[in-house]
Design a protein around this ligand. Structure first.
Ligand SMILES: [Zn+2]
Length: 773
């Protein structure tokens, strides 16, 4: 190698070393960068953390009245929740025993829907299902299925399987049942690292404190705040408001006729333990009221240490639903209805014939908004869970929404619809008359009657409405045929859904397709008998349509949807025209004139009321008799007022009320309450009454907590009475009824829906009612 060659080698070596240094330098720089700049990330990758997301339930939106007074609201309640992630390797069953003991000490119950009782003395088990409950039967079938048992498996078989599956052999029989129940519940709730288990709901403050005291011994046992429905005005339209409840098994897992299984609620983002609206407005407005759940993220490293807990998505509360109902007015109508039933029973219905059930609906004529929907008897939302068995076995059916679901023969309240049909179709005009001598002799072997109360001879349409002449409507109805007058009645809102947001009965009109149809049925149906049945809310809608000269608005309960935080109106219900009868000539003028003259034919407050009222009474027979040929009667009424510039329309039905005219005083009481609402005196009165009852309550509580004479210890005390309107405090029940109960309530409501209610089909032509009202 010469010198030149050596130089070249050295140069190459230097270059190589320099290159190597440069590469190493880059590595060092990269290392520094990784260590110092991206240190956290690097470490995170190295230690391999995992995020676990948990749902944070959003507060359910309020339901408020037309003035913004809260009816249903959300209160915070506390659940005992097990977080598998945080429990570590503690023995689950030992911990469950500890929690059960703590809950028992505080008088709490825990979630246990296993339909098996405690063992008997011989160690045998029995199922505790209700064999009439489809929900129970489905649950039993699913459970046996899941456990790989045959459908004929006994309770002993099921328990044996549960004990084996959950390794409970070492426990006493009593503990085996308790723990098996909890494990069964854990499976149902899919308890896992990512799915917490709700063990007990709505526990007391004492339980919350006890659990927190024991938190060191009970890792992973947490108190979780949740929003529960509570009612500040639990008496306001409970049957329309509806209920919230747990998701039932059949709503969670839906199997179609082909055997395909879907989870529609899970797909909508619900968890199995969520509370949702199950009936009424709570269900209809579920999407508005529900809100958006938030997410809490727990980060755990590979050693199982929780390194971070964060609210990664803040929950958004549900929207507020504002009703067209004014709660003071609603309460006044409730009161008037109860007082008038009492009056009817005191003054008229002596003996066995007692009025015991009724409904009254008041509608704003200008837009179809419901101002009051009263049922008698009714129920209290706050007592629903406690009194459920009492309510559901009460023969007066307090849970039945008569106002929307009760089907009643309209009787003579139907006559204005026939009058509209006759005038508008051109069959008659204001001068047309029908001769009334008390008996309708058109048919050879069928001679229905008229009382000729206040009228006789040639009767025109106004007089026929005023005095409720049967002969006039028999004849006009026969000539029109039911095809024609039914078409008008439907347009006016009878035998037709009113369009309300919640479930309502459709009712029906008498048609030529009816199996019992004869020509004389057209005559019967023209005075509101035959097969025709309608609901009180249809009667009110019909009265409003007459008042509006044939324009029928959608009847509705919801006024607006509000932002819960800001109160901003997000959407407002606009009056929606459902149907229009144009009304040729003076059709509505004449019908309304007839109705305006009705009060003068009724004794009582309505005949002398300073503001003109238009109304029409009805006295349909019930199918039951109290003596041979003597039928019990319902009292029916449609009304609107003021007669010349209508503001409100009313529909009333009083079972066993006797004559329709007996509802006249109730119309006046409702009118008085309405005007008192308008001028503010109703609100002032309500405030005074609230203050008085609060003072009474406070006095009673003070007496109770200081006095020892009665020996009872009050747990609420004066602090509670000083709370808002006496609705706060520990007595406030939230909704904790078992999942099966709401389902049972729904069944009860729908079962009572159509034909079981007052069904006058049996009325034979020869027992045609003696219409007087
Ligand atoms: Zn007559």
């Amino acid at each position: 190698m010469n010198q030149n060659e050596r130089k070249t080698v050295v140069r190459r070596m230097i270059l190589l070393i320099a290159a190597a240094c440069a590469v190493m330098g880059l590595f060092v720089l990269r290392l520094i960068f990784l260590q110092l700049v991206n240190g956290d990330d690097f470490k995170a990758q190295a230690t391999n953390t995992t995020d676990y997301n948990f749902t944070v339930t959003a507060a359910r939106g309020d339901i408020v009245d037309s003035s913004g007074r809260r009816i249903a609201t959300s209160t915070t309640s506390y659940n005992v929740v097990l977080n598998k992630l945080l429990m570590g390797d503690r023995d689950l069953d030992t911990m469950l025993q500890q929690i059960v003991e703590l809950l028992r000490e505080n008088g709490e119950s825990w979630n246990d829907t296993l339909l098996i009782g405690q063992p008997d003395a011989a160690g045998h088990y029995e199922f505790t299902d209700d064999d009439t409950s489809t929900s129970d039967q489905k649950q039993l079938a699913d459970m046996k299925d899941t456990l790989g048992l045959q459908q004929y498996a006994t309770a002993d078989d099921v328990m044996e399987m549960l004990v084996e599956k959950n390794n409970l052999q070492g426990f006493s029989l009593e503990w085996q049942r308790v723990l098996a129940g909890i494990h069964y519940e854990m499976d149902r709730q899919a308890f896992s690292n990512v799915n917490n288990f709700v063990m007990a709901e709505n526990v007391s403050a004492a339980t919350v404190a006890t659990i927190k005291e024991h938190s060191l011994q009970l890792p992973g046992v947490e108190i979780v705040e949740t929003s529960a429905r509570s009612y500040e005005q639990s008496d306001i339209i409970p049957a329309v408001l509806g209920r919230v409840g747990k998701i039932t098994a059949e709503k969670w897992k839906v199997t179609d006729s082909d055997g395909n299984v879907t989870y529609p609620l899970r797909d909508k983002g619900y968890n199995m333990n969520d509370i949702l609206g199950i009936s009424g407005l709570e269900s209809a407005y579920e999407d508005e009221l529900r809100g958006k759940d938030g997410v809490e993220t727990i980060t755990r490293n590979s050693d199982g240490v929780i390194v971070d807990t964060q609210l990664t998505t803040v929950p958004e509360p549900g929207h507020t639903v504002q009703l067209t109902i004014d709660s003071n007015f609603q309460r006044a109508v409730d009161k008037a209805l109860a007082e008038n039933i009492d009056m009817i029973n005191r003054v008229y219905n002596t003996g066995d014939m007692k009025a015991a059930a009724a409904a009254a609906v008041v509608i704003d004529v200008k837009d179809g908004g419901v101002l009051a929907a009263s049922n008698y008897p009714s129920f209290d939302q706050n007592l629903y869970a406690t009194n459920y068995s009492e309510y559901s076995s009460d023969p007066g059916l307090p849970l039945f929404n008569r106002a929307l679901q009760g089907l009643y023969t309209p009787g003579s309240t139907f006559k204005p619809a026939v009058a509209v049909a006759a005038l508008d179709s051109g069959l008659i005009n204001q001068y047309s008359t029908v001769f009334c001598n008390g008996v309708y002799n058109y048919f050879k072997d069928y001679h229905p009657k008229c009382t000729r109360h206040g009228h006789s001879g040639n009767i025109d349409v106004v007089t026929a409405i005023k005095w409720s002449c049967n002969i006039f409507f028999y004849d006009v109805g026969r000539r029109l045929t039911s095809d024609v007058y039914d078409a008008y009645a439907y347009k006016l809102g009878l035998g037709q859904r009113t369009g309300v947001e919640v479930s309502e009965a459709t009712g029906r009109l008498t048609t030529k397709n009816d199996s019992n149809y004869t020509a004389s049925l057209d005559v019967q149906a023209a005075i509101g008998q035959g097969n025709t049945v309608v609901t009180p809310i249809q009667l009110a809608t019909y009265a409003a349509t007459l008042a509006n000269n044939g324009v029928r608005y959608r009847t509705h309960f919801v006024k607006a949807i509000l932002d819960t935080n800001t109160g901003e109106v997000l959407s407002e219900t606009q009056p929606e025209v459902m149907d229009v009868i144009e009304g040729t000539g003076n059709t509505f003028e004449l019908v309304r004139e007839g109705m305006k003259q009705v009060p003068s034919t009724i004794s009582g407050k309505i005949s002398s009321y300073p503001i003109a009222i238009a109304c029409k009474t009805g006295t349909p027979q019930r199918s039951e008799t109290y003596a041979p040929g003597k039928h019990y009667l319902n009292a029916m009424m449609v009304a609107y007022l003021p007669a010349d510039d209508p503001e409100i329309a009313i529909g009333i039905s009083i079972e066993y009320g006797g004559y329709g005219a007996r509802a006249g005083d109730l119309v006046v009481d409702i009118a008085n309450a309405y005007f008192a609402m308008k001028d503010g005196t109703l609100e002032k009165q309500a405030e005074e009454e609230a203050a008085q009852s609060q003072a009474d309550q406070q006095a009673a509580d003070t007496q109770q907590s200081t006095g020892t004479a009665n020996g009872t210890q009050t747990t609420t005390g004066t602090a509670n009475a000083a709370g808002t309107a006496g609705t706060s405090g520990t007595a406030q029940p939230t909704q904790t009824e078992p999942a099966a109960q709401p389902a049972a309530a729904e069944t009860e409501l729908s079962a009572a829906e159509p034909d079981t209610e007052d069904n006058p089909d049996a009325i034979a032509p020869e027992t045609v009612p003696q219409e007087t009202g």
